[in-house]
Design a protein around this ligand. Structure first.
Ligand code: KET
Length: 410
């Protein structure tokens, strides 16, 4: 028999607001309309709008099953073959920093967990430093640094007037920051804007970061998804490493291998000398141990198998190009539909110049609300839509909704 409880010890615990990104998926699930479309979370769907497991992942899993591998704990730093594969993929296998043993790599809980681990490291060893983050940025960045008690401030990034990069503002803010700040940079396919610096601008950024003795800190969640090429999408990181700088890089395999729920990624710290890398790695392990002890094995083995086998690696690249290609097709079709339907003369070409999974539509909060409330199109309130959740059949409907929201809602 249950006893009545008239006073809870949790009276002081208020209801938390829904997450601005993952909360959108929850709201989408609750909508019973046939028209509904989930363009909230950045997760790849097929042309049938279904989630899919890559064929090469199924192949790797089959091999793993056949080998009958065990479920023993991994070491704190993760699966050795994964750590090698992930650093090779990021930096290029023949990168001198790898040969010289200057990279500390720890398998961690996907991109988020890797960022969080690095944030804990910053808090412990650079307690006076702050992190500079782009305005706008991926919604979770601020939570990660807040929870790790690392102070942060924003640098200008997006210019709504040009619907492009505010490069002057970005440089000025990074230059004005206290020497030795950490500068968080999106390696490619900036989320949510889809606008990346050009190669020349990356060089200029590296000049300023080097001059100010800042620490570049890359978040690489879309390697291969911006251009379709793994090497090209890593060129920003490699440019900083080539200059001999010390660099932090968080990696995720959620998007490019579709391993969202496996929580597989890594934190890499490129250091000035091998003995520095050893010390940094030892402290990252020390931070990871009381947080989650050691990382999960399944995703690590998939990545190690796919990247380590030339045939499967080739198959992965093909599938990634297909995914990136499908997103490019819907991007084009959305642009075509908007220009065809919208008679106002508005220039929609920014949609074509943005890259990666998202389009930053410029819709404000009430307009984004209209997209959801009236049109059953679920998106984040900053005006971001995930094109990975769109198909050709829905482009015209989406264009109608955007035109209505843009012109009829203030
Ligand atoms: N960095 C960026 C820039 C990013 O967009 C994501 C995920 C992550 C890191 C973390 O992904 P993980 O699965 O922890 O490796 N972004 C999508 C999903 C999310 O918000 O968690 C998104 O923006 O929709």
């Amino acid at each position: 028999m249950a006893l009545a409880v008239d006073a809870s010890r949790f009276e002081g615990v208020p209801m938390a607001p829904p997450d601005p990104i993952l909360g959108v998926s929850e709201a989408f699930k609750a909508d019973t309309s046939d028209l509904k479309l989930n363009l909230g979370v950045g997760a790849y769907r097929t042309e049938e709008l279904q989630p899919a497991v890559l064929n090469v992942v199924k192949k790797a899993e089959k091999l793993m099953l056949e080998k009958g591998e065990n479920k023993e704990y991994l070491p704190i730093e993760g699966f050795a073959a994964f750590n090698k594969a992930t650093a090779d993929l990021l930096l290029g296998a023949d990168n001198p920093v790898i040969k010289q043993g200057r990279v500390a790599t720890l398998q961690s809980l996907s991109g988020t967990g890797s960022l969080r681990l690095a944030a804990a490291f910053i808090q412990r060893y650079f307690p006076d430093a702050k992190v500079l983050i782009s305005s706008p940025t991926w919604g979770n960045h601020k939570n990660i640094f807040n929870d790790a008690r690392v102070p942060w401030s924003e640098y200008r990034y997006y210019d709504p007037k040009t619907v492009g990069l505010d490069f002057e503002g970005m440089i000025a803010d990074i230059q004005a920051a206290p020497e030795g700040s950490f500068v968080l940079l999106h390696g490619c396919a900036h989320n949510p804007t889809g606008i990346d610096p050009t190669p020349e601008q990356w060089e200029k950024l590296a000049d300023v970061i080097e001059e100010k003795k800042h620490m570049p800190f890359f978040d690489v969640a879309y390697q291969g998804f911006a251009s379709g090429s793994l090497d090209e999408d890593a060129s920003s990181v490699r440019l900083f490493v080539k200059r001999g700088l010390e660099v932090f890089v968080a990696q995720s395999y959620s998007k490019n291998l579709g391993l969202y729920a496996e929580r597989i990624g890594a934190i890499n710290v490129i250091c000035s000398a091998p003995e520095v890398a050893d010390r940094v790695k030892s402290q990252l392990k020390r931070l990871a141990r009381p947080m989650y002890s050691n990382p999960p094995i399944h995703g690590a083995k998939i990545v190690a198998n796919v990247v380590g086998d030339p045939t499967m690696f080739g198959e992965w690249k093909e599938e990634m190009e297909q995914m990136a290609g499908r997103i490019k097709n819907v991007r084009q079709k959305l642009y075509d539909s908007l220009t065809e339907k919208d008679q106002s003369g508005k220039d929609w070409s920014f949609i074509l110049s943005q890259i990666g999974m998202f389009s930053f539509t410029g819709l404000n909060r009430p307009q984004s609300d209209n997209m959801t409330d009236k049109w059953h199109i679920y998106m984040t309130k900053d005006g971001r839509i995930s094109l990975a959740g769109l198909n050709l059949a829905k482009c015209e409907y989406l264009a109608d909704a955007i035109i209505d929201s843009f012109h009829n809602v203030n």
